[in-house]
Design a protein around this ligand. Structure first.
Ligand code: SF4
Length: 421
């Protein structure tokens, strides 16, 4: 059955309410939760279903606010079976679980799934393995008490503040290796692998934010690790912060791409570092870019999201970006970004800069970007963006009709085929 589902089926887990696994945009999302049942603490999950991005984005809805861990497997099996039975096999564009939820309604889908789970419990009784509580232990030989002081310059201090996350195990930390636009060379990968072997337990994780994570790094060895990363040119601070702009491959390599999302990502990151340095490490707002409406760059879930398109100005095509603002995946107020304005690609950095300058001046203490967007209101935000939405004729500013990273006249041409993200 799993090999013949109507279409792909994406599953995400998050270990806490921070929801770094991005559960609301998956077919099935499981957010860890603990509930007291009969005076006993029971581990389990809040289960969400029917989320997904693409041109018809949909946030997942709650199937059950609490599913005990022992019920996880029958519940997942029931969800997959309902998708297998009700998913659209005639139209590939409508073949995800989100369309089943949209067509039947969450209450009906929930009833189908819960009935299926009951049937599975009876027919598969005893055949679902129990979920065993598993605690990770470090197997690497190093001890956490190696005490080499971290070099005291400002850049390394910034790197430590943004890229190092202490683990729950005292003395150990996760180190986030920031990859600008997700790029890393073979030589850098070898160096990172060596760090994992020499200091950690030999594994490296790729994050859904286009970075790499090295876990079980001894706090006392951070200066050595930082020095190696500096040597390899992979010690950029600001991981998972505003400056850490992410994008899909875009028109550089993707058949469906309209604009060079990678080109804009680089420009935006450099603009923020150069002109909005005090905001660069803001943890409350992220920028994500897609090269077309398909949203492989996850623009719907960013505080500032952009997706590529094209528009004629004075009878000439120019690459553009639609700006969406104020998305949040915070539990209880999860929502996608709201479309605010469409700007020519070359004016994207100016438009984003104008927005962030407003945010810097007018935000209230502790105010998150989505709350700031709501309080400011679309009218005001659109008026701030308005100066960047039009272009003079190309005879006056030919460069503004180009895409980032290109000196050739922009042409709107896409191929057929799968997205390359
Ligand atoms: S199809 Fe996906 S990877 Fe390709 S340009 Fe569109 S969003 Fe980017």
């Amino acid at each position: 059955m799993n090999q013949n589902l109507p279409r792909k089926f994406k599953i995400a887990f998050s270990g806490c309410q921070e929801d770094s696994g991005l559960t609301p945009i998956h077919d099935l999302g499981a957010r860890a939760a603990i509930e007291t049942v009969d005076g006993r603490q029971v581990r389990g999950f809040e289960i969400l279903i029917g989320g997904g991005l693409g041109p018809a984005p949909q946030l997942a809805q709650v199937l059950e606010p609490f599913t005990p861990a022992d019920d996880l497997l029958p519940t997942v099996a029931a969800i997959v079976r309902v998708f297998d039975r009700h998913g659209n096999r005639d139209n590939r564009n409508l073949a995800r679980l989100k369309f089943v939820v949209k067509k039947l309604g969450i209450d009906n889908v929930r009833a189908l799934i819960l009935r299926e789970r009951e049937a599975l419990r009876l027919t598969m009784a005893g055949r679902f393995p129990p979920i065993e509580v598993w605690e990770e232990r470090r197997s690497a030989p190093l001890q956490p008490n190696r005490s080499l002081p971290l070099a005291g310059d400002l850049r390394s201090a910034r790197w430590r503040a943004t890229n190092v996350v202490p683990q729950k195990q005292l003395g150990w930390a996760s180190v986030n290796v920031r990859l600008i636009r997700g790029d890393v060379t073979a030589g850098q990968l070898r160096a990172i692998a060596r760090i994992a072997r020499d200091f950690g337990e030999g594994t490296v994780r790729a994050t859904n934010q286009q970075n790499l994570i090295l876990r079980w790094m001894p706090l006392g060895a951070l200066s050595e690790i930082y020095a190696i990363l500096v040597r390899e040119d992979r010690a950029e601070p600001g991981a998972e912060r505003l400056v850490d702009v992410t994008s899909c491959p875009g028109a550089d390599t993707c058949q469906l791409g309209i604009t060079s999302s990678r080109g804009l990502a680089l420009e935006l990151g450099q603009m923020i570092e150069r002109e909005l340095g005090d905001l660069a490490d803001d943890a409350g707002v992220r920028i994500k870019i897609s090269g077309c409406p398909n949203s492989c760059g996850q623009h719907h879930v960013a505080g500032i999201g952009l997706y590529g398109g094209a528009r004629k100005f004075h009878d000439e095509q120019a690459p553009t970006y639609q700006l969406l603002l104020g998305a949040t995946l915070a539990p209880g107020r999860t929502r996608f970004g709201k479309p605010m304005a469409r700007v020519p690609a070359r004016q994207g950095p100016d438009a984003v800069k104008a927005l962030l300058e407003l945010y810097r001046v007018e935000r209230k203490p502790e105010e998150t970007f989505d709350v700031f967007v709501d309080r400011t209101g679309p009218e005001r935000l659109r008026s701030v963006l308005a100066p960047w939405t039009e272009l003079p004729p190309s005879s006056e500013t030919p460069e503004k009709y180009l895409d980032w990273g290109s000196d050739e006249k922009f042409k709107l041409e896409t191929g057929t085929g799968e997205c390359a993200a």
